[in-house]
Design a protein around this ligand. Structure first.
Ligand code: MSP
Length: 512
């Protein structure tokens, strides 16, 4: 069985922003981890191309919506290549393959008698592509997220019988493993407890959408269409493509990783739609927090949007990955601060991990003929071996529960403690006396071995840095050895050649 992980399908009204980079990097790291653990992974990302928001964006630019979508989705793809994102499927909701899956799905829901024609009245946010609850209570009809005026709607729409699934949804959202983190679950429990209302799944004023079969002038509501992208993606690029094949190919998703603002769609509407179509529901919906910049919400009107392309060209992808993975606890909001970013990269990666590797390989080369020491006694399982074992165990537990920040901290702490071990033992003093030679060999081997394990553990988080560490240690493994096996103590070959050290990461400069 495959492990299926998804990012949200991003709106193509604009190029990727730091929020989309964030989710995608986290998913990429989890996908890499699962592959290393031996799972077959289907990592899905893509773009949400229909709806009024996109239609208006294209109109404003004076171009055809399809042309606009082609251009922006190309930018997304190129961005993911620049960030070295290892997705398996990239779904575009304006593709023919997707449309056929939406139609198949609609027929299933129709068969369950869950579709009817009704009148939709309410205040709509085009930015969210969502009707807002009771905005008549507020004096101004503005979207609290977009700070833009809501638009009044009164039109004939097709409705989905969400209310019919009240009981099922209550049960689903009560399962503590379904919605994470648990603080977000309460919001949804509260929403569901108020009683679910049917929601409209078609529009008559939006031409840029998938036409509803057999009903003139109606296109599918963009969310109804977009959520199905997770399903249609599975059989994309396979020899044949259909809803059935997507179901057989790996559905349900193991985890939808999304931002907290779109939790309701994923944890309430989506499961009900799937049950109606006789399909399995996703195993987990994880709502991460929002990124702010220097303590302020990022927004075009505030003029403080952090351009991810600029970050990439200035600092490179791995420093940004490390900051987003290690400094933000997945689920909480996170703040991007330039000074903190530079300090963290310099302290964690350049000083702690980089220097550990550099000074230890230099010592070993100097004292042991450019090689990893040959031990005089058999390999000892002492202090550092124990520490590495404990680190690996904790790291696996954290990664398995999507606590990537804690997994990254485990690796950093191992590097800090390995540096400490070196400083406490002072091999540079011991080596002065010939009688200590065997002892120094043991110390240096242990530190190099611990550094090897640090490098391996970094593989899903910082793939480039990890492979640089592996190269600098001249690591060689038996054929076919799996990552998890490599993590065992003692895999560094004694007496093997150590290449000349060179810095694995450059220090960053702070500027305003
Ligand atoms: N198209 C829908 C998703 C459909 S999924 C079937 C959508 N797209 S979006 O492009 O507007 O948002 C994509 C994701 O970015 C959402 O998960 C949203 O929460 C997230 N973020 C938007 N701003 C963000 C930050 N400032 N920080 C972190 N994530 C943010 O919604």
């Amino acid at each position: 069985m495959s492990f299926v992980i998804t990012t949200p399908l991003y709106y193509v009204n604009d190029k990727p922003h730091l929020g989309s980079i964030y989710t995608t990097i986290i998913c990429d790291s989890i996908a890499r981890y699962k592959r290393l653990m031996g799972d077959e992974v289907i990592f899905i990302t893509g773009v949400d191309e229909h709806g009024l928001k996109i239609q208006r964006t294209a109109n404003k630019k004076g171009v055809d919506p399809q042309y606009h979508c082609n251009e922006i989705s190309k930018i997304f793809r190129n961005n993911w290549a620049d960030w070295d994102i290892t997705f398996d499927k990239f779904i575009r909701t304006s593709s023919e393959e997707h449309e056929s899956v939406v139609n198949d799905f609609y027929r299933r829901v129709q068969k369950s008698d869950d579709i009817y024609m009704g009148v939709q009245k309410g205040w709509y946010c085009v930015g969210c592509e969502e009707f807002k609850d009771n905005p008549e209570n507020s004096s101004s009809h503005k979207c609290p997220i977009h700070q833009k005026n809501l638009e009044w709607r009164n039109e004939e729409n097709l409705f989905f019988r969400l209310s019919k699934y009240q009981k099922e949804i209550e049960e689903i959202v009560n399962d503590p493993f379904f919605i994470e983190p648990k603080e977000r679950r309460n919001e949804i429990l509260n929403f569901v407890s108020k009683g679910l209302k049917d929601f409209s799944i078609s529009r008559t004023n939006v031409s840029w959408g998938i036409p509803v079969p057999d009903i003139e002038n109606h296109t599918f509501y963009v969310w109804f269409d977009a959520l199905l992208g997770y399903v249609s993606a599975i059989s994309l690029n396979e020899s044949d493509h259909s809803l059935e094949l997507s179901i057989k190919g790996g559905w349900p998703a193991d985890i939808h990783l999304i931002g907290k603002d779109i939790l309701r769609f994923h944890a309430v509407y989506w499961p009900a739609m799937l049950i109606s179509a006789g399909m399995k529901i996703p195993k987990k919906v994880f709502g991460h927090g929002f990124l702010t910049r220097e303590g302020q919400k990022m927004g075009k009107s505030l003029g403080n949007v952090l351009d991810p392309e600029l970050l990439l060209s200035k600092y490179g992808r791995e420093p940004v990955r490390w900051y987003l993975i290690k400094d933000i606890s997945l689920g909480n909001d996170g703040d991007f601060q330039n000074k903190r970013f530079v300090d963290i990269i310099n302290n964690d990666l350049a000083n702690t991990i980089g220097n550990l590797l550099n000074r230890t390989t230099s010592m070993s080369r100097k004292w042991f003929e450019n090689k990893v020491p040959l031990l005089e006694k058999s390999l000892q399982e002492d202090e550092l071996a124990y520490l590495c074992k404990k680190t690996v165990n904790n790291y696996l537990i954290h990664f398995n529960s999507y606590k990537l920040d804690l997994a990254a901290s485990e690796v950093l702490n191992l590097a800090i403690n390995t540096n400490l071990y070196l400083n406490n033992n002072q091999p540079w003093n011991l080596i002065k006396e010939e009688k200590n030679n065997a002892l120094v060999r043991g110390i240096i081997y242990d530190v190099l071995e611990s550094t090897r394990i640090i490098g391996l553990l970094l593989l899903p988080i910082l793939p480039e840095l990890s492979s640089k560490i592996e190269k600098q240690l001249g690591c060689q493994y038996k054929n076919q050895m799996q990552w998890k096996e490599k993590l065992n103590w003692g895999n560094l070959c004694q007496d093997s050649v150590l290449p000349k050290p060179s810095p694995i990461i450059n220090k960053l400069e702070y500027d305003n």
